[in-house]
Design a protein around this ligand. Sequence first.
Ligand code: AMP
Length: 308
Amino acid sequence: MKTVVVGTVAFDAIETPFGKTDRVVGGSATYISLAASYFSKDIGIVSVVGDDFPQEMIAIFHLRGIDTAGMEVKAGQKSFFWSGKYHMDMNSRDTLVTDLNVLADFNPVLPANYRNAEFLMLGNIDPNLQIQVIEQMNKRPKLIVMDTMNFWMDIARKPLDRAISMVDVLTINDEEARQLSGEYSVVKAARAILKRGPKYLIIKKGEHGALIFHGDHVFFAPALPLEEVFDPTGAGDTFAGGFLGHLARSGDTSFSSMKRGIIFGSGMASFCVEKFGPERLFDLTQAQIDDRVHAFIDLVQVDIELVG
Ligand code: AMP
């Protein structure tokens, strides 16, 4: 397996100003692996679900070439469940319910062919599990990318700090960067977080794009202004999946390659928000993805001459 993705595979109940779903498939590993599958193959998921999880979704993973041998199915138990409600601006949300269910006593065991992966994506999940996965690798992967959220900052700060110290790239949103660092300015927050281990920090700002920090360098990519945003759930994970997929495909983990990765990630995230749940990521075409990436290039390109 070239790329291993650990994270949640879940059910979500989502409410936005434009609609509501009681139960749709979600989870960090779902969005990440689907998005990455458009760039690179040999992706395996490490997660756990209950026997309430639909076979149809597992079939979709397989259709996209995603391996699920590392996804445990626990008989008689319920899948992770998350429920959230978006505010009118669609950029902020309240978590209403987080039911860990099967996740509460999950002990990931990586299949033997996952343990030499070059790219490891630690999607949002209990940081203790993120560490357990790193420790099961035969050798350190070429690149470890990690995502997390305020939920784990609130209840698992110690293991979270340890996990952060073990990775190359950390992705979080601006609020979480402030919470993690205690700094209001994102620039100061980034400087403080980069001292804790990761060489690269990506700060996601929802509809306002994303920043990547590395040493004294910073690069910014806007989000594509879309006419309709239906459901932002999973946009951050989809972004991470596009970013990682590009790096795995190119094999190039330099800062320039990461800048391109941010554009691919933003392009994929712009699809994700067009429908409830991950549905938009089931059957995109290469032409659709190329069009989005070109729209990004048009959005940011400008000819300018300095005067004087
Ligand atoms: P995003 O919108 O990119 O932050 O990701 C939303 C996804 O994260 C949803 O599909 C949820 O199932 C999943 N999620 C929500 N809370 C958690 C949590 N505490 N740990 C892991 N995954 C979560």
